[in-house]
Write a protein that binds this ligand. Sequence first.
Ligand SMILES: NC(=O)c1ccc[n+]([C@@H]2O[C@H](COP(=O)([O-])OP(=O)(O)OC[C@H]3O[C@@H](n4cnc5c(N)ncnc54)[C@H](OP(=O)(O)O)[C@@H]3O)[C@@H](O)[C@H]2O)c1
Length: 304
Amino acid sequence: MSHAMVMTAFGEPEVLQWRQMAAPVPAPGEVLLRVRAAGIGPTDLQIRRGRLAAVFPQGPGSVLGFEAAGVVESVGAGVADVAVGDEVVAHLPQQGGYGELVAAPVWFPKPASLSWADAAALPASAEAAVGTLREVGAEAGETLVVLGAAGSVGALIVQLASARGVRVIGAASERDADTVAAYGGEPVVYGDGVFERIAVTGVRRIDAVIDAAGRGGLVEAVAATGDPSRVVTLVGSAEVARSSARLSHPSPDRAPDALAITVPLLAAGTLRLKPHREFALTDAARAHALLESGDVREKVVLRA
Ligand SMILES: NC(=O)c1ccc[n+]([C@@H]2O[C@H](COP(=O)([O-])OP(=O)(O)OC[C@H]3O[C@@H](n4cnc5c(N)ncnc54)[C@H](OP(=O)(O)O)[C@@H]3O)[C@@H](O)[C@H]2O)c1
């Protein structure tokens, strides 16, 4: 048996409860991890509220959490490149990170220099960032606008794109302007009129836009690029169809190499994460409540 913060129903944060449950069993190709840290993402909060049931079938009785870092406890059939006791960073498309144990289909060795919290804060954002950058096809010399440039996903997009010679305009709040600049982006204040503000700075051409915020601007983004295939959003809304922008879904082939690309950069200090705050795993309901209220702006990492 093991324990996890089980989502006992859809609803308020209190539906997350510490429960005993059958230990997960790694399927062929998976590893079983003893979780040391697990990231909370905004999607977890939406799933808990029951707003994404059409996209994520896991309902009451399941365990949230798309990302974790931990120690390999056992391996499924066919797994040869990792051993019991190894420390790994894991992406969990089937969720389950808020538990003592989780079966992981996607992992990468955790360098000893990388903290458990940093390792757990990376995977889902890295997969989304690497995947959307590929989908939008931003090349060196082009100009990319990132909406939500100081968020967990946006921060990685700005850094990865600017490192490869893309000019990045990062839309963020005024208080995050210095952070966006430190990531290699040119900050612009987010919200209504953002594309007009970009235009007055003298930017002649916008080649691509990635929306990592879901707060509008897709119609303007498509008008600015002149090509809906070069506007990708991570967040579903009525504006997606209205603008003809592309909605990017998590999928096994979106960026299977995301951890191989980003873990070494993070360990080397050439990639930085949005700041995070740690809570005990058993405090996940309080962490959800504080994130929903806006009292916590940082990414939250749960420590087992
Ligand atoms: N489809 C997928 O595969 C996928 C994968 C991962 C994440 N997501 C979704 O992507 C979104 C971002 O995730 P995340 O983890 O990066 O969240 P996050 O860390 O909370 O970042 C969101 C950022 O958007 C900023 N923002 C707020 N209003 C904005 C506006 N009007 N224009 C531009 N930016 C604005 C926020 O700034 P303030 O702090 O100032 O409010 C924050 O920095 C979430 O909705 C998440 O559910 C989707």
